[in-house]
Design a protein around this ligand. Structure first.
Ligand code: SF4
Length: 190
């Protein structure tokens, strides 16, 4: 019976860890997977940093939901367990006391940040986008004496980032076009 790359890495990782801690090799028959994730809930995810889309395994404490480890997924066809330095540091994004988890708003002219709800932020963003679109929408344009329907929103630009995957890029592009946006750019071209 064959052994998967993932199980091989798990087994060899435990053996190395046991050797380092006890000075003795791991005993045959030890359930390496159960020991390694005991008390933890694991799930797979995709690195959010760039469009390579490396697979990751996230381990979370059942009791308090806190993420205790993130590592490359050996079974993922893109990265086969490897992560670059950014992906390897993702754990520090999940567990970081400086991470903002609430909406911070600073009104125009103010020198203070206010804490707001997500509902408040979403409603405000949607309303400002609608107002900007209505104010700057160009329905028709005349060139060389001829009138053309252009349906163009000149008051807004959209910027995509490398963290978006194919499906997100598709939706983002559709949304931008639906808003009449023609200034649609990508981070990598700037
Ligand atoms: S940032 Fe690094 S780990 Fe994340 S998807 Fe890109 S290459 Fe993979």
């Amino acid at each position: 019976m064959g052994i998967s790359r993932r199980n091989f890495l798990k087994g060899s990782g435990l053996a190395a860890g046991t050797l380092a801690v006890t000075g003795k090799p791991a005993q045959a028959g030890v359930d390496s997977e159960r020991l390694r994730i005991k008390g933890l809930q694991t799930s797979t995810t995709i690195c959010p940093y760039c469009a390579v889309g490396c697979g990751m395994i996230v381990s979370r404490n059942y009791a308090n939901g806190k993420i205790v480890n993130i590592e490359g997924d050996p079974d993922h066809p893109i990265n086969r367990g490897a992560l670059c330095s950014k992906g390897s540091a993702l754990f520090q994004v999940a567990n970081n006391e400086r991470r903002l988890t609430k909406v911070q708003y600073r009104a125009a002219g103010s020198d203070k940040w206010e804490e707001k709800s997500w509902d408040w932020a979403m409603e405000r963003i949607a309303r400002l986008m609608k107002e900007s679109r209505d104010r700057n929408f160009v329905h028709k344009e005349t060139r060389d004496g001829r009138e053309y329907v252009v349906n163009r929103n000149e008051g807004m630009a959209f910027l995509g980032a490398a963290a978006l995957d194919n499906e997100e890029c598709y939706l983002w592009g559709k949304f931008a076009r639906a808003m009449g946006v023609s200034y649609l750019e990508h981070q990598a071209r700037i």
